[in-house]
Design a protein around this ligand. Structure first.
Ligand SMILES: [Zn+2]
Length: 211
């Protein structure tokens, strides 16, 4: 097992996995750079409030990008069950916290996901975990949307997958155009969701959560 993955072995808990183990070697390397950055922005990294900041930031960064150490397909495969149910399954209002790869600033919001089973269903808690596995990386919202769709489609092989994500991007609201309240919405569909009526049904079911 290589060093990159050994500190992030997932516990077999249902739902979210709290990852609070860190690779100290990586933390130290990242922290060294953050100390330099503090100096470069005109700060004094030796003053009391900042002494431990490089290490804290390094740990935060490692947590915020722990998705690289996950295998989303395996998360789904660990809880797939044969079932005849063939109506739409919707999981809405899944919280998302990710970081844009252009500015390394957070974007956050909600994901709404549906699939139409085709012989198998999946444990409902696994869908938010798949969202997290892709969100906890450097991302763009468009790719995040497609990756979640493709993972569910290729692993579960349902009759259709729908993913809608709505997020606020701090790189838009804190800098650049400084639009505080704009929300970016992305969507991706497969299979039966190409049909207008099926997609309308999904959108109707999630609309209460859209804002
Ligand atoms: Zn950005």
């Amino acid at each position: 097992m290589d060093k990159h993955t050994q500190d992030f072995t997932e516990e077999e808990n249902e739902g979210y996995v709290k990852i609070d183990r860190y690779n100290q070697e990586r933390i130290d390397a990242i922290a060294t750079h953050y100390k330099d950055i503090l100096e470069q922005i005109g700060e004094d990294p030796t003053r009391e409030g900042l002494v431990k900041t490089p290490e804290r930031v390094a740990k935060a960064l490692q947590f915020l990008t722990h998705g690289y150490d996950t295998k989303p397909e395996e998360i789904l495969r660990s809880a797939m069950f044969k079932e005849d149910y063939s109506q739409m399954v919707v999981v809405k209002d899944i919280e998302i916290f990710s970081m844009c790869e252009h500015h390394m600033l957070p974007f956050f919001g909600k994901a709404h996901i549906a699939y139409i089973p085709n012989g198998h269903i999946v444990g409902l808690s696994k869908i938010p975990r798949v969202v997290d596995a892709y969100a906890r990386r450097l991302q763009v919202q468009e790719r995040l949307t497609n990756e979640i769709r493709d993972c569910i489609q290729s692993t579960l092989n349902p009759a259709g997958v729908a993913v809608v994500i709505e997020c606020k991007h701090l790189c838009m609201s804190m800098r650049g155009v400084q639009k505080q309240n704009s929300v970016t919405t992305t969507s991706a569909f497969t299979g039966q969701f190409a049909k207008e009526t099926t997609r309308a049904e999904f959108l109707r079911l999630i609309t209460a959560g859209l804002h």
